[in-house]
Design a protein around this ligand. Structure first.
Ligand SMILES: CC(C)(COP(=O)(O)OP(=O)(O)OC[C@H]1O[C@@H](n2cnc3c(N)ncnc32)[C@H](O)[C@@H]1OP(=O)(O)O)[C@@H](O)C(=O)NCCC(=O)NCCS
Length: 473
């Protein structure tokens, strides 16, 4: 009897507590889980895990399929579907008080447990990707092989290079990014195979191949946009034996600064995934549900990330901080001046960028991780001190203002200040870095979507007229 069928037959008899004990992967409750040491590469390990997970999902649906996750009120339908529990997302779950857990691990746990670069202290995003895909902490050797694989898949077709080069510098970097990702779709293995006739059991395989290609190519695409708009348009070559973040930093022109490379490792790790309902994740998943390939799906997600209430907030935060500094004439300002500036933003009917969250109700641990980095590497930076001062004051002002459900900072409140410290001052570009990282989360889920046979998404909608008819009688 196979391990999975043995597990299934056991489940039929199990109580739900015993079921959880058996079925909730150890990774989901924070400890490492067993995996075959014989399999060295990610795809091989994934191929082993998929049948197990398919059986697990089958068993979960059999046992809990008719249980209710919650109710949906009319207000929820009008209110951006906040709190509607209607998606499955394997890589991460967000708790409103505690923040994100990647496959059951908090950010500090990931920082402690995931493999790092030689001499580095921050986790490698390759390791996070492995964790997101498999639920397992990879070995140093497995991470190294993933770095090498991404470096080997990195090149982009010349027509995509030309397409980027022909964009006017005035076209927003995120629009260029999305355009280039759509163009990379030219080489989608999934789309080509589907057109020829593809067996459903192979969907995940080609989604995996496309996702690996796409992730590998993102640094070259993103750096080309950066160097065209802000530098001389020339790109160095990547190094086959170096990690993803080092190579991305090198392409951008910052690899000489080891601290910047470390920041990039942290940045790409913590921006990767924030469960399924946020705009970029949900959009990628939704578009993918039509069997649009990973390029088309991720490009759609990027367009959502480019909105000011989502990923673009990271460029808005630095702009807001700089504007405050300029209008007050210094980074050394009194608490009262900051308070007044916050009120002037709110009274102008604008949001304070970097504060508030649709789900979180506490300081975002991604903010906290970046603050820790700043305290370690740039404690005396003037803008960092200003950001810290705002952190002490803004929650009180937002609470007094009385609108936002969460007066605490989110991930975007800190990232720009770190980047500008290293001379990476081009704020309009910041969301592209977020986009490179977000690919790791949404594409790992897209692979699982296809492996688990997730169907076309099609929620039900009503008109206001219909709602009135439904409830007024
Ligand atoms: C993230 C965000 C979009 C979440 O939106 P949300 O789930 O609707 O948030 P809330 O339920 O708390 O919003 C309730 C009210 O508070 C306001 N509010 C929320 N955050 C605010 C902020 N940072 N500054 C001022 N007002 C804010 C909302 O605009 C809304 O006002 P309205 O009733 O007039 O429409 C929102 O907090 C925001 O706009 N933040 C600033 C942009 C940002 O940092 N985005 C990055 C998110 S990771």
């Amino acid at each position: 009897m196979s391990v999975s069928s043995l597990r299934l037959s056991t489940v039929a008899k199990a109580s739900s507590a015993a079921f959880n004990k058996q079925f909730v992967p150890a990774a989901a409750v924070g400890s490492a889980r067993y995996y075959s040491s014989k399999v060295k590469d990610l795809k091989g390990r994934l191929a082993e895990l998929i049948p197990e997970k398919q059986e697990e999902v089958k068993a979960v649906r059999k046992q809990f399929g008719d249980k209710k996750l919650g109710d949906v009120t009319v207000d929820m339908a009008y209110g951006g579907m906040r709190g509607v529990k209607s998606m499955i997302w394997e890589g991460s779950v967000l708790d409103s008080e505690e923040g994100i857990r990647f496959r059951g691990k908090t950010i500090p746990e990931c920082q402690a447990q995931l493999p790092k670069a030689e001499g580095g202290e921050e986790p490698l995003p390759e390791a996070l990707f492995w964790l997101l895909v498999t639920g397992e902490v990879p070995t140093q050797e497995q991470v190294k092989s993933l770095s090498a694989e991404w470096a080997a898949r990195a090149s982009i077709p010349s027509f995509v290079q030309e397409l980027i080069d022909r964009c006017p510098n005035t076209l927003h970097p995120m629009s260029q990014f999305s355009l280039a990702v759509n163009a990379l779709q030219h080489d989608s293995q999934f789309a080509k195979a589907y057109a020829k006739g593809l067996n459903k059991t192979q969907y995940w395989d080609l989604t995996y191949e496309d996702s690996m290609d796409l992730i590998a190519k993102l640094p070259l695409v993103a750096a080309r946009i950066y160097r065209n708009i802000y530098k001389d348009g020339k790109l160095p070559s990547i190094e086959a034996d170096k990690d993803y973040s080092y190579n991305f930093s090198k392409l951008l022109g910052y690899a000489d600064n080891e601290d910047f490379v470390e920041l990039m490792r942290l940045y790409l790790t913590i921006h990767s995934d924030h469960e399924g309902g946020n705009v970029s994740a949900h959009t990628t998943h939704l578009v993918g549900s039509a069997l649009s390939d990973p390029y088309l799906s991720f490009a759609a997600g990027l367009n959502g990330l480019a909105g000011p209430l989502h990923g673009l907030a990271n460029q808005e935060v630095l702009r807001w901080i700089m504007k405050m500094r300029d209008s007050l004439g210094s980074t050394e300002v009194s608490d009262q001046q900051i308070k007044d500036y916050l009120w002037s933003t709110l009274k102008a009917g604008q949001v304070v960028p970097g504060y508030g969250h649709a789900v979180l109700r506490k300081t975002d641990p991604r903010y906290a991780a970046q603050r820790e980095f700043a305290l370690k590497h740039l404690p005396d930076d003037g803008l960092f001190k200003l950001v810290s001062q705002v952190y002490n004051i803004a929650p009180g002002v937002l609470t007094e203002h009385g609108k936002t459900k969460n007066p605490y900072p989110n991930v975007d409140a800190h990232s720009g200040v770190l980047l500008q410290h290293y001379g990476f001052v081009e704020q309009n570009y910041y969301t592209v870095l977020f986009g490179v990282s977000r690919a790791l989360g949404v594409l790992s889920q897209l692979i699982w979507d296809r492996a688990l046979g997730m169907p076309l998404e099609r929620p039900k909608s009503y008109s206001t007229e219909y709602i009135k008819k439904m409830f007024s009688s």
